[in-house]
Each structure stands twice: as structure tokens, then as C-alpha cells.
Ligand binder design. Structure first.
Ligand code: NAD
Length: 495
């Protein structure tokens, strides 16, 4: 019998309220792995109540003691690394090596959070006025909520809760209903690391559960990662309810290839950027713009390398493909629909992955590498985030024109250029409207110590996930101004 996943509230596992459920699939085969409640408002409210109760004591716990829990978690995640990576592959469909990357990026967030005693140190200035000193300290904000997407089941939740709880907050996580199993496992490990009850809570559910958390009067901050329409809704709703919000959305990342680019590293960089994780990455290099004669040099080698990719199930460690399935049958149908519309509107499908068949895994949700060229800015494929193994291609006569194309998308997560000219690279870095820039790098995703700095419709809010911006988001400043009453203090100013 398939199990229905439980919530983790106040340090205990609880069965969700009776009601309809949704299936969690192994995309490699189409098998059901578990059920999650469609929604559970009672569970969401109980999780916030547990986080409220736990907050005062946890906020008063020394940062070094909070860090110690995370050090233990860090060791457990490292010890269980392969098992966690296999779980990510099983519920998401990405290859084991991609899942290892997912867990590794999350592990680095835990390691970053272990440094919290240093990260939380304040600022002070003596003698700001006669006999007066000023100190700024960072305090936790209270109960924080995290809502996460399906595509990085380990990394994205770990962008949020380790640093939030290290800062002294308590947390309610609502993982993706499509890939909740990795979060369940990580919470089990944290529980075994000695975290006090109620500091981290996990509730399953969909829109109504999220809406309950967003509007709850006891929630201070909301961290969201997902598609742009939902990111915008989360930002607007949570702001209206007085929360601080960081809300990361979808993307359309441009990769510009200049005529002087070295072809072999450019082709492998684009292959990984476009087809890694079957294109289900917010930093996927989903659109290539060739400039000048880069088109004639790039096209055939790119088609050849994409056509050679081995597609298949990722749940057998011994026999890994180059690319796995997409997350669901519904998502596969959406990708097919977008491709049909893109072709009807003039796109030239030079490599078509719609017909791919995988023997021994016929129930899986496979789309092979697909390349569509001759696209215009008006084409549906240029206006929708496809989020599948579909590379869109455009051509420009100049770098100026390529930059105009990239700005027109309205997103601004990442953008890359392949060139052997330092001058061109610098010009691109200066002018491109994206928060993460790659130079001869296809996926310029930043690591834990730097902000994940999306712009435009890829991010709503002020302070990004990761790095010091993450610490700022999960803390607020308290400034103390203090007069000293010693007899001689301040005299020089009065003379
Ligand atoms: P999604 O927006 O469908 O869902 C994300 C989360 O929001 C889930 O937990 C879901 O339950 C919840 N949700 C969905 N619709 C909602 C609604 N109407 N109201 C309230 N909550 C709702 O995203 P997804 O399909 O799970 O993930 C893929 C998307 O995430 C892509 O667009 C990708 O680019 C984006 N993403 C962005 C980043 C980034 O850093 N910018 C990182 C990873 C993924």
C-alpha cells in the first residue's frame, strides 16, 4: 500500500487531516512512490503554532549552540550523501550525478550556516556624539516560512531553513508536492541532530496550505522559490499581510555565442546548460543567440552532441543515462504543446525529442533533447519558460542586437557569453540585464557564499537567498544608542 506522507510538527510526525491526496511519482517509470495531502489548513496552523512556541527559547540559545546542531546535521548529510542523491533521482528523475550536485549545493548551505557566530556579529561606533556610542546587532525575525519548487528537492529547501534557524528563527517548510521525499529525509536527520521541538516544522499541501501560511498573522517572513506567476502572487500577498518576502521566480536565460568563441568548450557548455536536469533548472541556458558566423560553426556540432545523448531511467545506479525524464506526465504534455505551438509559429525543429522511446521504462516521462531554431521574439517558445530539454535558438548580427533580445525577455536570472575576447566579455558583463553572468560558463549559478541574485521577473523582493543577503533577510537590525555618564566623557565637544 502507498503511504501518505506525514507532517512534522512540534518535533512529532503527525498524520494529515483526512482528505484528498496527490501522488508523488518516480518519473523514470511512472510508478507512485507516496501520497501527499492535497491541502491541510489545520496542519499549517498547527505548524505555525509550534514554531511560535519554540521561538523565544531558540532565539535566546547562543549562536554557537545553534551552530552545533547544524554541524551534526552536516556530518549526517555527508554520511548519507549517496542515499540522499539516490532519493533525489527517484522522485525527480534527474541523473545520479545531477542529484549529487543538488545535495552538494545544499550541503554547502548547511556549512555556510555553521559559521553563524561569525556571520551574526554586529557593528559598533564609539563617540558618534559627545559621550555617545552606537551598536547594531542582528536579531532573528520570528517564525519564517519556506515554500519550494520541485526541481531542486535538496538544494532549494536548504537555501532557506539552515540559515533561518541558525539566525535564531523558527521555521515552517512546505516542500513541493511533486518532490517532498528528500525534505522528509532531511528533517528526519535534523531531528536526530538534537534540534529542539518546534524549531523546524514541515507541512505538506498545495495552494490552500500555502495561502494559510502566507496570511497567518504569526508569520514574520516568507521565502519562496517557484514559477514567476506564483512568485509574484506570493510576493504581493505576503507583503500585503506585512511579511518580509524573498520570492524567486522562473527564467529564460540567454547564452550569446560570439564568432570568436572556441567551438568545442562552447558546445559542451551549451549541452550541459540546455539539457542538464532535462532542462528543469532556473539557470538552464534555454536560449542561444549566435552572433555573425557563430551560427554556421556551432549548429551542426551542437545537433550532433545533443542527438548522441543517452536518455533513460536514473533509478539504477549502475546504468546511468546522460539525461533522465521530466517530472510528470502532465509536464511532458505541456512541453509537447509548447513545441507544437512554437513550430506552428515558424520555429524550425532541427532536433525533435518528442518521439523518444526508452526500452524497459515505457511508463516514464521522457522528452529527448530538442533544438528549435529561427525563432523570433514573438514566438511562444520565446515567451514561455519551457522548463524541459528544449533549446531555443535565435540569430543576431551584432552583440548589441543579442543584448536587446536578452533584455526583451523581462526575466533576469542568468546570462552567459562564449567569446575569446576579454573586451567583449567585459562589455557583456557591464551591459547585460541579468543578476548572474557567465563568461565561457553555461550555468553561472552562484554557490552558498554568494547571493543567488536574480533580477527582473526572476526575483521579487530585496534580499536574495544565499550568502550575506540570506543572513540579512532572516535577521533585523537592532540599534542601541548609549550615553556614558563618566565625568569627563564628551568634554572635548563642549569646549
Ligand atoms: P510552482 O510555482 O508550480 O510551485 C512552487 C511552489 O509553490 C510549490 O510548493 C507549490 O505547491 C506552490 N504553489 C503552486 N501554485 C501555487 C499557488 N497558485 N498559490 C500558492 N502556492 C502555489 O513551481 P514548480 O513547477 O514546482 O518549479 C519550477 C519553477 O521554479 C520554474 O519556473 C523554475 O524556474 C523555478 N525555480 C526558480 C529558481 C530561482 O532561484 N529563481 C530556482 C528553482 C526553480
Amino acid at each position: 500500500m502507498t503511504i501518505t506522507l506525514q507532517h512534522f510538527i512540534g518535533g512529532m510526525w503527525h498524520a494529515p487531516a483526512a482528505g484528498p491526496t496527490r501522488s508523488v511519482y518516480n518519473p523514470s517509470r511512472g510508478h507512485v512512490l507516496a501520497e501527499v495531502p492535497e491541502d491541510d489548513i489545520v496542519g499549517a496552523n498547527a505548524a505555525v503554532a509550534a514554531a511560535v512556541d519554540a521561538f523565544p527559547q531558540w532565539a535566546a540559545t547562543p549562536p554557537s549552540v545553534r551552530a552545533r546542531v547544524l554541524f551534526k546535521l552536516r556530518m549526517m548529510v555527508a554520511d548519507e550523501f549517496d542515499r540522499l542523491a539516490a532519493l533525489v533521482s527517484r522522485e525527480h528523475g534527474k541523473t545520479l550525478s545531477e542529484s549529487r550536485g543538488d545535495v552538494q549545493r545544499g550541503l554547502e548551505m548547511i556549512e555556510f550556516a555553521c559559521g553563524i557566530p561569525a556571520l551574526l556579529q554586529g557593528e559598533s561606533l564609539r563617540g558618534v556624539a559627545a559621550g555617545i556610542d552606537c551598536d547594531v546587532e542582528r536579531e532573528p525575525v520570528g517564525v519564517c516560512v519556506g515554500i519550494t519548487p520541485y526541481n531542486f528537492p535538496a538544494m532549494v529547501p536548504l537555501w532557506m531553513w539552515p540559515i533561518a534557524i541558525a539566525c535564531g528563527n523558527t521555521f515552517v517548510l512546505k516542500p513541493s508536492e511533486k518532490t517532498p521525499l528528500t525534505s522528509v529525509e532531511l528533517v528526519r536527520m535534523l531531528d536526530a541532530s538534537g534540534l529542539p521541538k518546534g524549531v523546524l516544522n514541515l507541512v505538506h499541501g498545495g495552494h490552500e496550505t500555502v495561502d494559510t501560511l502566507l496570511t497567518h498573522p504569526d508569520v514574520a517572513a516568507v521565502s519562496f522559490v517557484g514559477s514567476t506567476p506564483v512568485a509574484r502572487k506570493i510576493y504581493e500577498t505576503a507583503c500585503r499581510h506585512g511579511k518580509r518576502v524573498q520570492s524567486a521566480g522562473g527564467a529564460k536565460n540567454f547564452v550569446v555565442v560570439m564568432p570568436d568563441a572556441e567551438i568545442q568548450p562552447t558546445v559542451s557548455g551549451i549541452r550541459d546548460a540546455a539539457f542538464g536536469c532535462a532542462g528543469q533548472r532556473c539557470m538552464a541556458g534555454s536560449t542561444v543567440v549566435t552572433v555573425g558566423d557563430a551560427k554556421s560553426r556551432l549548429m551542426q556540432p551542437l545537433i550532433d552532441v545533443a542527438a548522441e545523448m543517452k536518455i533513460g531511467p536514473t533509478d539504477e545506479p549502475a546504468n546511468q543515462p546522460d539525461m533522465g525524464a521530466v517530472v510528470s506526465g502532465e509536464h511532458k504534455t505541456r512541453i509537447h504543446d509548447l513545441l507544437r505551438r512554437g513550430a506552428d509559429e515558424g520555429g524550425n525543429v532541427v532536433l525533435d525529442g518528442r518521439g523518444v522511446s526508452v526500452s524497459g521504462a515505457t511508463g516514464g516521462y521522457y522528452v529527448g533533447p530538442t533544438i528549435v531554431s529561427e525563432l523570433s521574439l514573438e514566438n511562444t517558445l520565446m515567451n514561455e519558460e519551457v522548463f524541459g530539454p528544449v533549446l531555443c535558438m535565435m540569430h543576431a548580427d551584432t552583440l548589441d542586437q543579442a543584448l536587446d533580445y536578452s533584455s526583451a525577455s523581462g526575466y533576469g536570472n542568468g546570462a552567459s557569453i562564449f567569446t575569446s575576447s576579454g573586451r567583449t566579455a567585459n562589455e557583456f558583463r557591464r551591459r547585460v540585464k541579468a543578476g548572474m553572468v557567465g563568461i565561457n560558463v553555461g550555468v553561472p549559478a552562484t554557490l552558498a557564499y554568494f547571493p543567488f541574485s536574480g533580477w527582473g521577473n526572476s526575483f521579487f523582493g530585496d534580499l536574495h537567498m544565499q550568502g550575506r543577503e540570506g543572513v540579512m533577510f532572516f535577521t533585523r537590525a537592532k540599534t542601541t544608542t548609549q550615553r556614558w555618564f563618566a565625568p569627563d566623557e564628551g568634554d572635548i565637544w563642549r569646549r
